[in-house]
Each structure stands twice: as C-alpha cells, then as structure tokens.
Write a protein that binds this ligand. Structure first.
Ligand SMILES: NC(=O)c1ccc[n+]([C@@H]2O[C@H](COP(=O)([O-])OP(=O)(O)OC[C@H]3O[C@@H](n4cnc5c(N)ncnc54)[C@H](OP(=O)(O)O)[C@@H]3O)[C@@H](O)[C@H]2O)c1
Length: 348
C-alpha cells in the first residue's frame, strides 16, 4: 500500500485535467498540478490556485522524476499520449509511484506494455493505461460481463454519442495518431479492414437506431492483453464523427454546475460465449467529464491497495471491474448501467 495521498496530475491545465483535479479533491486526495507551461499553470481556476504546482516538460527524465517525487500516483491527462505516456510512466515507475492515463491511442498502450511492464513489476507499482471513457469503460464492462471468466467467442462494443464537441487535445490526438487501427479476428490482433465495416446498431434510449462504423480504440489492446476473445468489433455511430470532422464544431461548453456539457453517451457491450449472450449498457453525460471519476477511482484503488499485482495492467485486470462500475454508478452517479442476459437484436 502507498503511504501518500498526493496525486500528480500531468496536463492539469487541460479540459480533462481540470475535471480530474476537481474529482481528486472531491475524493479527499491531494492533487499536485503539473504541466509544461508555467503560464498555463498560473492560469488555473481560482479553486485550484492553492494547490502545489510543478512546471516540467516530458523531454527531461531527471526533472520529471523530481516533479513526481513524493506522489503516490501520477494521472496523465496530457495528450497526444504518443508524446507523453512513456516518459511520464517511466518517471512514475522510477519514483515508485503508480501511473494511470486516459489514452484512447492503441500504439500508446502497446508501448507501455512493451517498455514498462518489467520495470513496473520490479518497482512493485502498477501502470494502468486507458482508464477513461474510450478504452477503459469498455474494458471494465466486458470484464464484468464475463463474470470472472476470461474467454468469449465474440465481443461487440458500440459507443454512441448524440453529439461530439471535441477539445483541442482530441483534435491534436486524432491528427497525431495515424497508426492502422487493430481489431481482434480469429483470436489475434489484426489490421482493421479498409474500408471499415459499417452497419446499423440499435442503441438503448436516448439514441435508438444509428448508422455505425467499426472504429476501435485502446480497449482492443487492453482486452487482448488480459482476456481470450475470438472476435472483437468496436463501433462508433457516424453522427458524432461528422461533428469531429467539421473544423467549425466548437469545443464542449459547460451546461451544469459540474461543468459538464449536454452531450449524452451510451456504451453498449455484447458478449457471447457459446449460446450465452449478455448485453450491458452504460449511459451518461459528457465523455470528458465522466473520464474523471473513472481514472480517479483507479487512483483511489491503487493508493488504498485494492488492486491486483504490479506491472502494466488493463483496467479490468488491475481492478475488480464490477466493483469499479458499481462505484461509478452508485456513489459517483457518473453512469447508469443496464444488463440483460437475452442479447437483444442490436446489429443489422
Ligand atoms: N480516452 C478517453 O476517453 C479520453 C477522455 C478525455 C480526454 N482524452 C484525451 O486526453 C487528452 C487531453 O484531452 P483534453 O480534452 O484535456 O485536451 P486539452 O484541453 O486540449 O488539454 C490538453 C492538455 O495536454 C497537454 N499537452 C499536450 N501535449 C503535451 C506535451 N507534448 N507535453 C506536455 N503537455 C502536453 C496540454 O498542455 P498545455 O496546456 O501546456 O498545452 C494540456 O494540458 C487528449 O489526448 C484526449 O484525446 C481521452
């Protein structure tokens, strides 16, 4: 167990970083604000002004280690994560701190497994990539649906958004990540077909029937690492992709006292093993805001010892997935979950 309640938030100046700092404070932890720009760190909201700050870039390992020193965990909210994840995770591991990030980028998760698993095990700390809306939430829902099992013949993940107001970080990350996306076919990681398969998905309310396209995120890499899945297909509806591809679409605007936008989401997961099909849907509001309770729940569990082992671990591997989802639903009020064993018709 880690002795400290200090959590270094890298990218604390960003849209997601601010939600994470608020959530850490709500959970009784002590955020340390970190980022590359002294000017932007000086301009944090007045409610964060009394918190410790560390100005440091990701290109100097010694300074990064100094910045992390004294923290029990690091939460990396600075994307593109292709530029920040490995150096920051390395500094965390070298300093004996746990590390979590919110990456949706598949190559980042692969790099963390490749470069940090051995060092993290040796240091007795855990590196959890993709503890976020994209990636982690699907990983947790699939893990929980398997109910202690690790094998599925087929998994489908359908993310549905009514709108997408992207942040600058989302746009920069999309432009930076040009890697071929991976899916699971025949039990192995495989390049997504081109053009990507499309179909209609019947989401639960409020989205209903939507055109979707196969668009896998970091959940493919995390799921492949800790579960034995024959076929994994991840879809996103096309309406929010039109928002994303329109350069005139504005960023998210706060519409409630928590700073959340009005955006609504559904993450629909269908898991089939033999003749047994289970469907679980998580609904909620604002994909950036909901990332904060997800990653902070991870930080809380890493700090209080409610995690398994050490090394690089997927969200559903490091934590009790059902317990994390229950906390997000009942205590944080971040998502609503509906489960069904019949496997309703979803795709055509
Ligand atoms: N998986 C998910 O569901 C999920 C959810 C939310 C966010 N994200 C990802 O998280 C990232 C941040 O999103 P956001 O909405 O918070 O964007 P944002 O508001 O634009 O903030 C981006 C943050 O990253 C920092 N940053 C970017 N590149 C950096 C670099 N090379 N070195 C140091 N700091 C760097 C920025 O620092 P400056 O202030 O100095 O520019 C800023 O703090 C994006 O990659 C986004 O896709 C993923």
């Amino acid at each position: 167990m880690n002795a400290t309640d200090r959590v270094l938030v890298y990218g604390a100046t960003g849209h997601t970083g601010r939600f994470v700092v608020d959530e850490l404070l709500r959970r009784g932890l002590t955020p340390v604000l970190a980022g590359r720009s002294a000017e932007r760190l000086a301009a944090v909201p007045p409610r964060h002004a009394g918190l410790d700050r560390r100005v440091v870039g990701v290109d100097d390992p010694g300074l990064l280690r100094q910045a992390v020193a004294g923290a029990g965990a690091v939460v990396n909210c600075a994307g593109p994560f292709l530029d920040t994840a490995v150096p920051l995770a390395q500094a965390a591991v070298d300093s004996g701190a746990h590390y979590l990030d919110v990456t949706a980028e598949q190559p980042v998760v692969q790099a963390l497994y490749r470069d940090l698993d051995g060092p993290a095990r040796a240091a007795g700390v855990v590196v959890v990539p993709a503890m976020a809306f994209y990636g982690g939430l699907a990983d947790l829902l699939v893990t929980a649906a398997l109910d202690g099992g690790s094998r599925a013949d087929e998994v489908e993940v359908a993310i549905g958004l009514d709108r997408w107001w992207p942040t600058a970080g989302t746009r920069a990350t999309g432009a930076r990540n040009t890697a071929t996306r991976l899916v699971i076919r025949g039990g192995v990681l495989t390049a997504l077909e081109s053009p990507a398969p499309s179909c209609t998905w019947s989401y639960p309310s409020p989205l209903g029937d939507q055109s979707v396209v196969e668009l896998p995120f970091s959940e493919v890499i995390t799921i492949d690492h800790h579960l034995d899945v024959g076929e994994l297909r991840s879809y996103l509806n096309t309406a929010p992709l039109d928002d994303l591809h329109d350069s005139a679409t504005p960023g998210p605007a706060a519409t409630d006292e928590h700073g959340r936008s009005a955006q609504q989401f559904v993450v629909d997961v269908v898991v089939r093993r033999g003749s047994d099909t289970r469907r679980t849907s998580a609904t909620g509001r604002d994909i950036y805001a909901v990332t904060a309770p997800i990653v902070v729940e991870g930080a809380v569990r890493l700090l209080d010892g409610r995690h398994r082992g050490s090394g690089v671990a997927a969200p559903g591997e490091a934590f009790d997935a059902a317990a994390v989802l229950a906390t997000l639903e009942r205590e944080a009020g971040a998502i609503a979950i509906r489960s069904d064993r019949q496997g309703w018709a979803t795709r055509r």
